[in-house]
Design a binder for this molecule. Structure first.
Ligand SMILES: Cc1ncc(COP(=O)(O)O)c(C=O)c1O
Length: 380
């Protein structure tokens, strides 16, 4: 048997990692400014994180959700306090797509409606309704096509005002569109969406799977707009690589036994990883660091004239060039040993560094990018 061939792969085998650095099997060192696809929040192999997972595994790794697992309470408590949502409930699951599926289910259980508003440029996952609400027809199988999803232009208040009504179940929007190329919802748009959702009994779902957990310089990106969604979904940075996801649920949404469930969600190891991440973020003031280093990075990028546009919130950064960025990324990786991300906007490089990235790492990247953006430097 061999792995099903669905990923385009770099010919690199990473065997070790620490903080924002990676090493391959030949001993080459790399700088990870992609955070392993927005997953690495507290840095690779953080000693506190490693120790907590090891200790937990020595005690017990898994039992089912048919017994009390006190670590779930500790995780919920710490997440509520650090994120500014102490009165919300937490449903634990395993991936971003699963968190969104559960969010849609909850919204529909709550108001009995079916229609969901999503936005152009969105990405919400690859399963069932999550992929139906994702603006990429090439990954939507016929069985996933769903007439209950309506796509509206992003940041367009007028069109939204015309589309929202008492027939809508939920509105789903990313805190910052990540896969779409770092597209930032304006606070005015988010505030209007929130107000109209409340007026029409529509549930507002903030997909913070990529933009959450501090990378935006706030715990959740939507907190810049001072809005309060009914449901917030989170995953990626939540476990720093251990699969864990969460649905934060407003107290006005009531639970009923068996309405949601999962075998693996909230297991001991996942909770230990989640608690370790929150402890590190809090103790090392990493949300503040993300804001500080994000501002530094943006300022430096804005000084490079061959960049068309920089879109950033904290460390979540989109660097839009005047043409396709694929060759620039390839040269950054092969010549300068720096991992960056792509996006569905072919001209935009996406950066999602760990929250504890340093100024030195940013300087290293800026120097490399300046060199690569000299026209003659691009690899053919
Ligand atoms: C905003 C957003 N939502 C949902 C997902 C899906 O998460 P997962 O791949 O963990 O299912 C992603 C993944 O990239 C994402 O960026």
């Amino acid at each position: 048997m061999k792995p099903f061939n669905v990923y385009s792969l770099f010919d690199i085998e990473i065997t070790r990692a620490k903080g924002s650095l990676l090493w391959d099997d030949k001993g080459n060192q790399y700088l990870d400014l992609y955070g392993g696809h927005a997953v690495i929040s507290v840095g690779h192999s953080h000693p506190y994180y490693v120790e907590m997972l090891k200790e937990q595994l020595e005690k017990i790794g898994f039992y089912s959700n048919s017994i009390k697992i006190n670590l779930q309470n500790e995780l919920a408590d710490k997440l509520g306090n650090l994120s500014g949502y102490p009165d919300y409930d937490l449903f634990l699951c395993n991936s971003g797509a699963e968190a969104n599926e559960n969010a849609f289910k909850l919204a529909s259980f709550h108001n009995g409606r079916k229609k969901i508003i999503a936005f152009k440029g969105s990405f919400h996952g690859r399963t069932s309704l999550a992929v139906a609400a994702t603006d990429n027809p090439s990954i939507v199988a016929p069985v996933n096509q769903n007439e209950n999803i309506v796509f509206l232009p992003f940041n367009d208040i007028e069109t939204f005002e015309q589309a929202i009504g008492d027939d809508i179940c939920a509105v789903v929007i990313e805190g910052v569109q990540g896969v779409g190329g770092i597209n930032i919802p304006t606070p005015a748009f988010l505030k209007r969406v929130e107000a109209l959702c409340n007026k029409h009994g529509v549930l507002l779902i903030l997909d913070e799977v990529q933009s959450g957990y501090g990378r935006s310089g706030n715990f959740f990106a939507h907190q810049y707009a001072d809005i309060k969604p009914h449901i917030i979904t989170t995953a990626k940075g939540m476990g720093n690589g251990f699969p864990i996801a969460g649905v934060l649920i407003s107290p006005e949404i009531k639970s009923k036994l068996e309405m949601l469930g999962t075998t693996f969600g909230g297991n001991y190891l996942a909770c230990a990883a989640g608690i370790a991440v929150l402890d590190i973020i809090k103790n090392e003031k990493l949300v503040e660091n993300a804001l500080d280093k994000g501002n530094y990075l943006t300022e430096k990028l804005k000084g490079i004239p061959s960049i068309k546009e920089v879109r950033s919130v904290g460390l979540m950064t989109g660097i839009e060039l005047y043409g396709p960025c694929a060759e620039v990324r390839k040269t950054l990786l092969n010549e300068y040993k720096i991992f960056t991300g792509s996006s569905s906007n072919k001209n935009t490089i996406r950066l999602l560094p760990a929250l504890n990235v340093t100024r030195e790492h940013i300087d290293q990247f800026i120097e490399a990018l300046q060199n690569v953006l000299q026209p003659e430097a691009i690899q053919s």
